[in-house]
Ligand binder design. Structure first.
Ligand code: ADP
Ligand code: MG
Ligand code: ZN
Length: 195
C-alpha cells in the first residue's frame, strides 16, 4: 500500500465467501490513510444496507465507518469532482453495474487512490456483476478467506441456507454461511442444485 499518493491506484479486496474480512480490511486501510492525514470517503450501494439505519459500512462483527450510500456509480464521480478526496473506498462493489468499472478507472486516472471491496462470486459460484472487469483493471488484488463453518478449512464460497427466490438477496447469517468448496458442493448437491 502507498502512503505517497500523488498518482492514481486501484486496490481491490475480494473473496468468494462472505465473512472473509473484506469490510474489516477496507475500514482498516481507510483509517490508516486518515491517520496519515489523507482525506478519505467511503461509498456503498444503498441496496446493500445491513446492520444500520444510517449511512455507514458495518462489518459482520460490528466495526463501522461513516459512508455515503449511492444508487449509481456516477454519483461517486460527481462527489470526487467537487470534494477531491485523496482516497475513495467503495464497499459491496459487486452490486454496481458495469458502469462502476469505468468510474473506478476514471477516478484512478484523475489521481485518486481507490480501494474497492466486493464478492467475486455469487452463492451459485458464478462471477458476480462487475467484479471480473474490476479485478482485471486492479493495480493490486488482496484475496481474503472466511472459515468454513462445517469443517474449519478456508472458506471460498457463500452457501445459501435456503434455495434463493430472487437473483440478489441481501442478508447475513440468516441467509448465508461461509463454506469451503467441498462443503459448498455437498450442500448444493444435497438439494439437487447445479454446481
Ligand atoms: P466481509 O466483508 O468479507 O463479509 P467482514 O469484514 O464484514 O467480512 O466480517 C469479518 C468478520 O466476520 C470476522 O472478523 C469474524 O468476526 C466474523 N465471522 C463470522 N463468521 C465467520 C466465518 N465463518 N469466518 C470468518 N469470519 C467470520
Ligand atoms: Mg463486507
Ligand atoms: Zn468445509
Amino acid at each position: 500500500m502507498h502512503r505517497n499518493i500523488d498518482y492514481g491506484w486501484i486496490d481491490v479486496i475480494t473473496s468468494g465467501s462472505m465473512y472473509a474480512g473484506k469490510t474489516t480490511e477496507l475500514i482498516r486501510r481507510i483509517r490508516t490513510f486518515i491517520l496519515a492525514r489523507r482525506t478519505a470517503v467511503v461509498f456503498q450501494p444503498s441496496v446493500a444496507r445491513r446492520y444500520t439505519e444510517g449511512e455507514e459500512v458495518v462489518s459482520h462483527d460490528g466495526l463501522r465507518l461513516q459512508a455515503r450510500y449511492v444508487d449509481n456509480p456516477n454519483e461517486i464521480l460527481w462527489y470526487a469532482e467537487t470534494h477531491r478526496p485523496d482516497v475513495i473506498g467503495i464497499d459491496e462493489v459487486q452490486f454496481f453495474d458495469d458502469g462502476l468499472v469505468e468510474v473506478v478507472q476514471e477516478l484512478a486516472n484523475r489521481g485518486h487512490y481507490v480501494i474497492a471491496a466486493g464478492l467475486s462470486i455469487t452463492s451459485e459460484g458464478k462471477p458476480f456483476g462487475c467484479m471480473p472487469q474490476l479485478l482485471a483493471i486492479a493495480d493490486n488484488i488482496t484475496n481474503v478467506y472466511g472459515v468454513c463453518v462445517v469443517c474449519g478449512e478456508p472458506a471460498t464460497k457463500a452457501f445459501a441456507l435456503r434455495p434463493k427466490t430472487a437473483v440478489v438477496e441481501i442478508g447475513a447469517d440468516d441467509k448465508y454461511e461461509a463454506r469451503c468448496r467441498r462443503c459448498w458442493l455437498e450442500g448444493r448437491r444435497a438439494r439437487g442444485e447445479a454446481v
